[in-house]
Design a protein around this ligand. Sequence first.
Ligand SMILES: NC(=O)c1ccc[n+]([C@@H]2O[C@H](COP(=O)([O-])OP(=O)(O)OC[C@H]3O[C@@H](n4cnc5c(N)ncnc54)[C@H](O)[C@@H]3O)[C@@H](O)[C@H]2O)c1
Ligand SMILES: N[C@H](C(=O)O)[C@H](O)COP(=O)(O)O
Length: 348
Amino acid sequence: MPRPVLALTSGEPAGIGPELTVMLAAEGVAGVDLVAVGDPDLLAERAERLGLAVEIVPLALDEPLPAPRPGRLPVWPVALRAPAPPGLLQVANADYVLETLDVAVRACLAGRAAGMVTAPLHKGVILEAGHAGFTGHTEYLRDACGVEEVVMMLATDRPLHATREGWRGPGALRVALATTHLPLREVADAISAEGLLRVLRILDADLQRWFGLLAPRIAVCGLNPHAGEGGHLGREELEVIEPALAALRAEGLRLDGPLPADTLFTPRHLEGVDAVLAMYHDQGLPVLKYAGFGSAANITLGLPLVRTSVDHGTALDLAGSGRADPGSLRVAVALAAEMAGRDPIKQR
Ligand SMILES: NC(=O)c1ccc[n+]([C@@H]2O[C@H](COP(=O)([O-])OP(=O)(O)OC[C@H]3O[C@@H](n4cnc5c(N)ncnc54)[C@H](O)[C@@H]3O)[C@@H](O)[C@H]2O)c1
Ligand SMILES: N[C@H](C(=O)O)[C@H](O)COP(=O)(O)O
């Protein structure tokens, strides 16, 4: 089987993305043709700063890739708009970051890459550059691919309580989100039965498609403490979540809940569960990151392409220091390669 080509966008240029990219290139990735998307001079500078011997090979999208070897990094070039010293965000480089995503999407949709892996970007600086409404890769890729709904899911291969096979197997912890990046004040209003139907259908379908989990079992969190305490602590469970789950059960989905989130994330309740749907970002992701920060990956479900990402942000405090841990990037690349090899449906 040919090695999958993966496009690795190097992320916010002032953050740790460029140095993680060259770290990975220096150590090499078995079984994958990794092509960075970013500024070749920036990547060369970060490699030199870290004392890494990395041969940067700029290429046009349609040029053949050189034979992969540790220390060689093919790059689909995108030019920085302004110098990018580590740790110092430049509004002028927001368009550079978005262009790297556009190039990777183009490569995937044209069949040049089997998937994309993204190093972290900085949402704030992209908003400051005038891209109103920007909320992250997830929704940007949804729009770039022309689909209506996507789902953010993080998975870790080292869950705290796992006893078995990691993120590939039944011991994995996978947490998907019903809502992503919005102020907490707006969360309750953003949860609708229609939205839950869309999210859970995508989650169910893509756990099968990308993870090979037939008839996955999904545990759904309530929104309120104790899942609303029978309506005394909020009525969203009774009026929104339960009706949506009932409709989906009638379609054959295997759903538990809505369950109190605090006890759902305990070993006994996670037993046999393939994924948890949390109602909002900080209901689900702190648990996931506590269990596996540094060895987890972020996956966008619902896209016509493979996209994985790291479990962390731009870490401006570490940028340029060489102290950032490339563990999550390794996991994101390995998972993207596995997903690309599994997909039986090339296009939705
Ligand atoms: N995939 C993504 O693009 C992504 C993911 C998360 C956050 N972000 C963005 O990153 C920016 C900064 O977010 P934040 O400060 O909340 O989170 P962060 O992950 O950048 O940093 C949180 C803490 O974790 C540490 N850390 C992060 N990555 C590390 C690594 N690889 N090795 C060692 N330590 C690491 C940092 O030094 C910091 O102390 C924000 O704009 C946020 O939106 C992007
Ligand atoms: N919520 C994600 C996390 O905490 O890791 C993250 O911000 C990434 O979001 P995008 O993949 O949409 O950029």
